[in-house]
Design a protein around this ligand. Structure first.
Ligand code: G3H
Ligand code: 13P
Ligand code: ZN
Length: 313
């Protein structure tokens, strides 16, 4: 099966009250861990590549690894650009086999966001084959690549703007800010984890049937925080989004849930533990194998307990 867009996946997810996992990929072991889990559970999948991942791994290698995953798994897989920050970057990905791109112009004014998003949509939709576009309205706190968005700069999505934004841009899905954030420190110590479900519900009321995306949706699982801290790491006060909230979001209009930090932590915790317990081992396969298995276990957990997309391929 060739790469697919997210159109059909999102339609079924919206109607079925579940979400598709969008996992960030940077190397072969990460891709294999994710795909092994999805294959076993027959779950549809979005593999996403950030600008940083392109710089790290070289886009061509990542595209070819994803093509290998298609052959190996026969699953519906969408290849998505995460946080594209320019028309040129989106165009390059569209021209090189991606089936979905995000244009993240959420830091621009409303009018500038609309103009840039529409430019990408026009190019993507007229491409042969057509590519789908995710846009963002509202701004998440946290660190993406080289950009750090402080709590003061972050802003919730204004539901009053969404109909005009979607109508004028013709985007295919919309990322909104309801209190999630990127990275491993989502809530301050002592701060209660809270998401603005009232905003999500109002957006869904104004955009019936339209797929909503949740970025910054890692849960920062205690088992990985504890292992990292036990084996020489230091992640005090790491916090994530409670899984019950993600399940609720998935049952509503959220069709795509973005996860990167949890993958990083699963991999790092496993490698730290391995290195500490086997200090004389030096074959990378000895620690990358367990790291790949940890990613597979994590993604299995997400598909079954958070996303609800097992058996939906
Ligand atoms: O939201 C951003 C993702 O976690 C990707 O991170 O830009 O460091 O690859 P990255
Ligand atoms: P996390 O940092 O919560 O994993 O979010 C990832 C993300 O939104 C990628 O776009
Ligand atoms: Zn993101």
């Amino acid at each position: 099966m060739p790469l697919v867009t997210t159109t059909d996946m999102f339609k079924k997810a919206y109607e079925g009250g579940y979400a598709i996992g969008a996992f960030n990929v940077n190397n072969m072991e990460i891709i294999q861990g994710i795909v092994n889990a999805a294959k076993q559970l027959q779950a549809p999948l979005i593999l996403q590549v950030s600008a940083g991942a392109r710089r790290y791994a070289n886009q061509t290698y990542l595209v070819k690894l994803v093509e290998a995953a298609l052959i190996d798994s026969e699953l519906p897989i969408a290849l998505h650009l995460d946080h594209g920050d320019s028309f040129e970057l989106c165009k390059d990905c569209i021209d090189n086999g991606f089936t979905s791109v995000m244009i993240d112009a959420s830091h621009l004014s409303f009018e500038e966001n609309i103009a840039l998003t529409r430019k990408v949509v026009d190019y993507a939709h007229n491409h042969n084959p057509a590519v789908v576009v995710e846009a963002e309205l509202g701004r998440l706190e946290g660190i993406e690549d080289d950009i750090k968005v402080s709590a003061e700069e972050a802003s919730y999505t204004d539901p009053a703007q969404v109909e005009e934004f979607v109508t004028r841009t013709k985007c295919d899905s919309l990322a909104i800010a309801i209190g999630t954030s990127h990275g491993a420190y989502k809530f301050k110590p002592g701060q209660k984890a809270e998401l603005r479900f009232d905003i999500l519900e109002e957006v869904a009321r104004r955009l019936p049937g339209f797929p909503i995306v949740l970025h910054g949706a890692s849960s920062v699982l205690p088992q990985y925080v504890d292992t990292i801290n036990k084996y020489g790491g230091s992640m005090p006060d790491a916090t994530g989004i409670p899984e019950s909230m993600l399940r609720k979001a998935a049952s509503l209009a959220v069709c795509k849930i973005n996860i990167d930090t949890d993958l990083r932590m699963a991999m790092t915790a496993t490698i730290r533990e391995y290195m500490a317990e086997q200090p004389s081992h030096f074959d990378p396969r000895q620690y990358l194998g367990p790291a790949r298995q940890a990613i597979q276990d994590l993604v299995t957990h997400k598909i079954v307990n958070v996303l609800g997309c097992a058996g939906k391929a």
